[in-house]
Design a protein around this ligand. Structure first.
Ligand code: ACO
Length: 329
């Protein structure tokens, strides 16, 4: 049996119950609902409950994806978790997810992918490669984050942007070509580290030297914005060219949900009306690696995305890292 492509056979997502509105933020910080909505498109975001970990969000999304695919966790032969906010420094959140899914019996490999907001696209690309190389047959790919624990709640320039959540897909080898994941395109440019990073890390002595920084996220938003727009325009053009496609052939844009103005600019590049773009940023904020699978799951479950349609998934994040995946649903 020759495997010719990797297909997404199920998806799922999970959002924590607590909603944090712009109005609540405005009561604590020097900001307004109007400023946040007009600059970002965000009205509210979800916040994980005390004791609710990234792995808990991931497992909730994974169980829904497995049920949607009609397969059990024991049938997986790889678990990839894209996250910037792991439960622990080690072990990987993916191994915690494996345990919580009750899938340790077959000892399938499990590891985390760290590419910040582009993490899910990176993980999907790696799942596609593993399957097409014959190294795995069925892979659980999760994007899960508790970004609310990585932001400084006194810093109005960043805390208003982020939210918590998880999305997951089950990817499986197929003997058909021309379906499933058609191409993936990944990029990184480490020279932009200082525009979007944490101030302090493990190797810098964060845990042993209190003076080594806070470990919280810092961002020069305006400069990140400009780079994000340019990088995403580039990767959209690259994806179309690699597949010999016209813009008009894309049925759905499923973008990373960082800022509605960035989403508008990518849609404009594709000549797409906003009714062909999946938008969740208004209700989810930026959930980093979880944002693309959360948006995908929403549009699949409400019936907007239909079998046979062509989807362009894209994301941009810290590093900088960015990428795209073209998927025939
Ligand atoms: N409320 C009110 N005023 C604010 C707020 C706030 N929450 N935050 C900043 N301001 C002020 C600033 O202090 C500044 O005031 P000044 O002119 O007096 O100095 C003014 O608003 C404008 O600030 P800018 O940073 O220029 O605002 P901008 O229009 O660029 O919007 C934003 C900021 C929303 C952060 C935008 O730049 C953005 O979305 N950037 C991209 C984010 C992104 O895509 N990140 C990548 C993924 S994240 C990841 O990988 C972890």
């Amino acid at each position: 049996m020759t495997i010719r492509s990797a297909r997404i056979i199920g998806c799922g997502s999970y959002l924590p119950a607590t909603v944090l509105t712009n109005a609540e933020l405005a009561s604590r910080l020097d900001t307004t609902d109007e400023w946040i909505r007009s600059r970002t498109g965000i009205s509210e975001r979800r916040i994980a409950a005390a004791g609710e970990m990234t792995s808990d969000l991931a497992v909730a999304a994974a169980n829904k994806a497995l049920a949607h695919a009609g397969v059990g966790a024991d049938s997986l032969d790889f678990i990839l978790v894209a996250t910037t906010t792991p439960d622990l420094i080690f072990p990987a959140t993916a191994t915690i997810v494996q345990r919580k899914l009750g899938a340790t019996r077959l000892q399938m490999p499990a590891c985390d992918i760290q590419a910040v907001c582009a993490g899910f696209i990176y993980a999907l690309a790696m799942a596609d490669s593993l399957i097409r190389a014959g190294s795995a047959r069925r892979i659980l790919v999760i994007g899960a984050e508790t970004m609310s624990r990585l932001v400084d709640w006194q810093d109005r320039s960043i805390c208003i942007l982020f939210g918590d959540g998880a999305g997951a897909v089950v990817v499986e080898g197929s003997t058909e070509s021309g379906s499933g994941i058609l191409s993936t395109h990944l990029h990184a440019d480490g020279s932009y580290e200082q525009l979007l990073c944490t101030d302090g890390g493990i190797s810098q002595g964060l845990l042993v030297n209190p003076g080594a920084g806070s470990g919280l996220a810092r961002m020069r938003g305006n400069e990140v914005f400009k780079q994000a727009v340019m990088a995403l325009e580039g990767v959209v053009d690259e994806t179309l060219a690699a597949n010999g496609l016209e813009k008009s052939q894309i049925d759905w844009l499923v973008p990373h949900q960082a800022n509605i103005r960035i989403i508008h600019s990518t849609a404009k590049r594709l000549g797409m009306q906003m009714d062909r773009v999946v938008v969740t940023v208004d209700r989810h904020g930026n959930t980093s690696a979880a944002s693309v699978p959360l948006a995908l799951d929403e549009a699949v479950r409400d019936g907007r995305i239909q079998p046979g349609q062509l989807l362009l998934l894209e994301a941009f994040g810290g590093g900088f890292t960015w990428g795209s995946a073209l998927v025939r649903w």
